[in-house]
Design a protein around this ligand. Structure first.
Ligand code: ATP
Ligand code: MG
Length: 413
């Protein structure tokens, strides 16, 4: 059975390549498209199962490839012989098959056949570092930890930032602010609002230029071991954080740091069902993608009657979202909100009504947090002896970094 090819190719070699595809045993060119919109329309109309794109195709980016894939089109790149830059760009966009424009028909046949076999095992490729970075942390697989929780400011950002700061003491850590409703990491650490941050990283991911060196440039090291990707400065810019870009960004982040801690927005409704256009940006794509990509999930709730009720509902809502098993963190614990011996009361209530066990409690300590925020520091730096800092540090024990890794890091400084 021959498969139909839709092509959007800019090179002077376009007609020769089309003729070579026509001469293959397995493929026929169904449509020669003038540009990317034309190609997307042909894909949406079901004209082809295979797409061919050239590296210089205007506006070709990761979301466009995602859209082609959503129409069941497998895409291969085409470059002129010797166009290493073009090939590099196409591979950075995630294409695993890139053809040279002067291949013979039987070679094209083989290359396009390999698309189908690779499709089931596509790995997001990450470029080898080019800058003089630290060697990537490849010895142990990186861990992505999402910090999420319901509305009502239970302390997601406080936990994310301070957990990242604790982890960074023994292994490289990247803190990513993915809260598209109210980013806060930049301000908490006294970083400039104009820092390029997560929006720039997502843009680079879209354009296929996000490699390890680029991410390292966008995510500066704020204290030794801790890199930060600040959030979008205004909530209306949420459209810049699309699911495929955030997913790719987290893939590269895993290569950059041993731990990736994500401060997530509170909302997890998926508006896809409400939307007529399923490929439109989704309001909560960043958080949903973070939850889906994460290896571990901390769910933070506030230790007062409303906060606890929201926490229980939040954990129920999570069941409908692809995400790791949540670990429950109850923050802002104080007797004035729930009565004496608050931890015991909370444990009773959450155990009885929601079957929650193994809860981590973080005490109320506004003074330390206010001071740390004012100084633009983490609790580890500002209030190392505080009970709150100790309690957050205890969260890291399950992520214990092996001794050899600690030694390796120290020797590098
Ligand atoms: N353990 C605590 N004790 C006292 N105050 C706390 C504690 N944890 C957080 N806070 C305070 O609560 C406020 C909200 O915390 P934070 O910004 O971490 O919440 P959030 O869940 O990220 O909220 P948002 O919805 O704004 O993203 C901050 O002023 C913070 O200092
Ligand atoms: Mg927050």
């Amino acid at each position: 059975m021959t498969r139909s090819v839709i092509a959007a190719l800019n090179g002077a070699w376009e007609s020769e390549l089309v003729a070579a595809v026509e001469a293959t045993a397995g493929y026929t060119v169904a449509r020669r498209c003038a540009d990317l919109p034309d190609l997307l329309a042909a894909a949406a109309a079901g004209y082809g199962q295979v797409g061919l794109v050239s590296a210089d195709l205007r506006a070709l980016d990761r979301p466009a490839l995602h859209e082609l894939a959503s129409h069941g089109v497998e895409v291969a790149g085409v470059v002129a012989p010797g166009d290493d830059m073009g090939e590099r760009r196409l591979r950075q966009l995630g294409l695993t098959v890139v053809l040279r424009a002067d291949l013979a028909s039987h070679e094209i046949d083989d290359a396009l056949d390999s698309l189908a076999s690779r499709a089931s095992s596509v790995v997001d490729e990450v470029l080898i570092p080019t800058a003089d970075l630290d060697e990537p942390e490849t010895i142990v697989a990186a861990k992505v930890i999402a910090v999420w929780g319901p509305t009502g400011a239970p302390g997601r950002s406080t936990v994310a930032l301070n957990l990242a700061a604790e982890l960074a003491r023994s292994a490289t850590t990247l803190l990513v602010d993915c809260d598209t409703y109210g980013s806060s990491v930049a301000q908490s650490l006294g970083l400039l609002d104009e820092a390029p941050g997560v929006a720039a990283a997502a843009r680079a991911a879209d354009q296929g230029t996000l490699d390890l060196a680029a991410l390292a440039r966008i995510a500066p090291e704020v204290v030794p071991g801790l890199r930060v990707l600040t959030g979008i400065p205004r909530a209306e810019r949420w459209t810049e954080l699309r699911a495929p870009s955030v997913a790719h960004l987290l893939t590269v982040a895993r290569q950059l740091s041993r731990f990736v801690v994500i401060d997530c927005g509170f909302a997890i409704e998926d508006d896809e069902e409400l939307s007529y256009d399923t490929l439109a940006p989704r309001r909560n794509a960043a958080t949903l993608t973070a939850l889906e990509s994460a290896d571990d999930l901390l769910v933070v709730g506030a230790a007062d009657p409303i906060g606890l009720q929201r926490l229980v509902r939040a954990v129920q809502d999570l069941a409908a979202v692809p995400s790791p098993t949540p670990r429950i963190v109850v923050n802002r614990v104080r007797a004035s909100a729930v009565g004496s011996r608050p931890e015991r009361r909370i444990a009773d209530a959450l155990g009885r009504f929601a079957g929650m066990e193994d809860i981590t409690y973080l005490p109320w300590d506004q003074v330390s947090l206010d001071g740390a925020m004012f100084a633009g520091k983490s609790l580890a730096e500002f209030a190392p002896q505080s009970d709150l800092r100790r309690a957050i540090a205890s969260l890291t024990t399950s992520y214990a970094v092996s001794a050899p890794e600690q030694r390796r890091r120290r020797s590098r400084r």
